[in-house]
Design a protein around this ligand. Structure first.
Ligand SMILES: [Zn+2]
Length: 393
């Protein structure tokens, strides 16, 4: 390494990884946690301060003019841009380095318009949010984007996404780079929701499944503290698993009896309509349940049982400790979850369910955008990014 190199002092990121949780620590505490000599810690703390990534924290007790002895991450050193692009709506947000959303913009946006109009909306939104807070594009440490389809995570390209015409193999990071030179991470929307849910409500939990029940049904799987994407980015795509009860019901994928054809919002609406009840969308079903319509409540509970049937297999495979149910249909409240619990707790082995919580998503409609910001932060603050010198502020 030459003397004018911009790479930080060797091992500086190791110290920073400790401080990322926001808890202020003294040099002595940092030395104890890392096993490094006090003198080495002092040099690395100076380097992180020079990079702007950590900041001195005032001591609780006045030190009578002595220099501050505690340090913590400086959340405002950089920002990340997070986007949650759904089938018909999108949200773009700006967050600090701890994942706190600082501002956001939501719009009605049809993913089927294709990549250029949708990504243009996203970039315009990002530019607006940055300008409104006096931030420059160079302040963006990374961008995280969730899309409603399978994604090859290493390249950020959607792969054969069924409801995203024109997006197959589209180079999302490449397109963004023409407008903003920042690292771009792209993932499936349910995967980022799992990251968001864990960040908001289950930080210490390493085995979590997030189930999105909306127009489609899918899960994001965190196992061993890592998001599991599988070989083609479709791990957790349970919407087209066959459920016995629906053997005759056609699914838009071409098969029959898929979970999605039975238990998604539109599927429940269709079943109610067949019984003469006016319901055309998942939203109509939610409204009926909230008004106490018994048929709608029973249909939602049955959908919960159908989802539970498939989740029982997932529980046997993955042994999660939390299953969080989210997506627009989760707004029906306990009726859906009661159906899921009824089946999973009855059909799984006692050991698998002894400590298993099946709960409503806490992050709810914010899960996606918070998860997208976590995806961006994980990349931006990784030891690799730090040692590349990219984050120098
Ligand atoms: Zn299907």
């Amino acid at each position: 390494m030459t003397t004018d190199s911009v790479a930080p002092v060797n091992g500086v990121s190791e110290l920073f990884q400790l401080l990322r949780d926001g808890v202020p620590r003294t040099r002595a505490e940092l030395a104890k946690s890392t096993g490094l000599a006090r003198s080495t810690v002092a040099v690395r703390v100076e380097e992180l301060m020079r990079m702007g990534l950590i900041t001195p924290v005032a001591d609780a007790v006045s030190t009578g003019g002595r220099p501050p002895s505690q340090f913590a991450i400086n959340p405002a050193a950089k920002v990340v841009i997070a986007a949650d692009i759904g089938a018909s709506h999108a949200t773009v947000a700006m967050a600090d380095l701890t994942g706190k959303v600082l501002s956001e913009k939501t719009g009605v946006l049809d993913i089927a318009l294709g990549p250029e109009p949708v990504l243009s909306w996203l970039m315009e939104g990002a530019t607006e949010l940055l300008a409104a807070s006096g931030r420059a594009a160079s302040d963006v440490a990374a961008m995280g984007i969730g899309v409603p389809g399978p994604v090859e995570h290493s390249t950020g390209q959607p792969v054969n996404p069924p409801i995203m015409p024109g997006w197959d193999r589209f180079d999302i990071p490449g397109w963004i780079h023409q407008h903003m030179p920042t690292p771009v991470l792209v993932d499936n929307d349910v995967n980022i929701m799992a990251l968001g849910e864990r960040s908001v409500a289950w930080r210490g939990i390493d085995h979590l499944m997030f189930v999105k029940v909306a127009t489609g049904i899918g899960t994001g799987i965190i196992s061993g503290a890592e998001l599991q994407r599988g070989a083609q980015g479709i791990a957790g795509d349970i919407g087209h698993v066959q459920v016995a009860r629906g053997a005759d019901i056609p699914c838009q994928c071409g098969n029959r009896g898929c979970l999605e054809a039975l238990a998604s919002g539109p599927a429940i609406a269709r079943a109610l309509r067949a019984d003469g009840i006016e319901a055309y969308t998942g939203s109509d079903v939610v409204d009926l349940v909230k008004r106490g319509n018994i048929d709608a409540i029973q249909a939602v509970r049955q959908a919960g049982r159908d989802i539970g049937e498939v989740l029982t297999i997932c529980v046997s495979l993955m042994n999660p400790s939390v299953i969080a149910i989210g997506g627009s249909m989760a707004r029906v409240g306990e009726h859906l979850i009661a159906g899921v619990r009824e089946v999973v707790y009855t059909r799984s082995t006692p050991l698998a369910t002894e400590y298993l919580s099946i709960v409503q998503s806490v992050a709810a409609e914010h899960a996606g955008v918070i998860g997208a910001s976590m995806l961006a932060i994980e990349h931006a603050l990784s030891p690799e990014s730090l040692s590349s010198g990219f984050l120098r502020v």
